[in-house]
Design a protein around this ligand. Sequence first.
Ligand SMILES: Cc1ncc(COP(=O)(O)O)c(C=O)c1O
Length: 378
Amino acid sequence: MNGTAPSLAQIRSLFPITRECVYFNHAGTGPMSLPARRAIERCIDLYSKNAEYAADDYFRLIHRAREKVAQLINALPEEIVLTHNTSEGIYIALANLPWREGDVVLVMEEVFPAVRYVVDNNLPGVKKRYVPFSGRDPVEVVRKCATERVKAVVVDHVQFLSGETVDLVRLGDYTKSNNMVLVVDGIQSIGALAFDVQTASGVDFVACGSAKWLFGPSGAGFLYVNRRNFQSLGTLHTGWLGAGWLGWEDIDALPALYPDARRFEMGTRNVIGILALSENVDILLQYGKERVEQRIASVKSHLRRSFDDLGFTILTPVHGTQSGIITVQPKDRIRALHRHLTEAGVVLSLRNEYLRFSPHFYNTEGEVDQIISAIRSF
Ligand SMILES: Cc1ncc(COP(=O)(O)O)c(C=O)c1O
């Protein structure tokens, strides 16, 4: 694509899945783009012919990916750790905080299990307190639980089932001014919402996997570390590639660990996944992340109006920033309807007896009409 912002048709042509089915399941798994596929193929080609990248090329490609991710959320490259998934990012953030015995971590009760497993199994000596956020003012939730032992708050920016969003600007202002650290699972928002760490400046960490709204493939992701935390963090989950190597010829050089977020990159990287991530972020940046968010909101409001007309119960709240998720409960025969939609070429998720639809920016109002007529023919 050239310098001008691509059209929707051009974007759709980058996603072969748009020709195969009506894909409304980005909260489940993002489909691969052609630029990512080509980058992966180039990498495999090089691996099979050369075994490895020349050191300069390798460092350039890793740096480019870090820059792209930083640009997507308006951070600095040195605030980005390239990880393998969301859980790893949540772990790095929490395990490296300067905890004292008896400190408390406050966790949103409605988190996806990824956060729960990390919190429950990796923080010895830290008390875990789960509290409901759904339908509540997040600042009030935290204020009510706040004591001087509460050192960190962990939330999912977008709740995986309902699609409800947490206002991170207000919550971050509150946690920052009350000496708490705010850790965010961003996998259901980044890539869909125009997230900006300068606007949500109270946020300390955002962990994100590339498997969903960043079009995958799984096995890559990132952690944003707000630079005000660099000094206070420990060195758990650091390793040799957390240091400033310039090449591999002098292995005795033992360069120092990076003083920033990069020190948490432990060893050899998932280069294939990172190259794909770079390309996918580039697609979002070229279209414009605000435009991406607007497109998703527009497709989603068309879905909402149609579900209202059908008399479905809509789990997703109307208030607050609209994520890419809209989840509904028809009156009955939910599993049969899910099967019917699947047979009609609509891909969506069946979760806890709800139907979850999650369109991305290249989905169209026409596809919504196709879904609704498939439902009407059930
Ligand atoms: C909110 C949320 N967090 C995390 C994950 C996945 O975590 P990970 O990237 O560590 O596999 C999912 C879905 O799979 C999710 O919906």
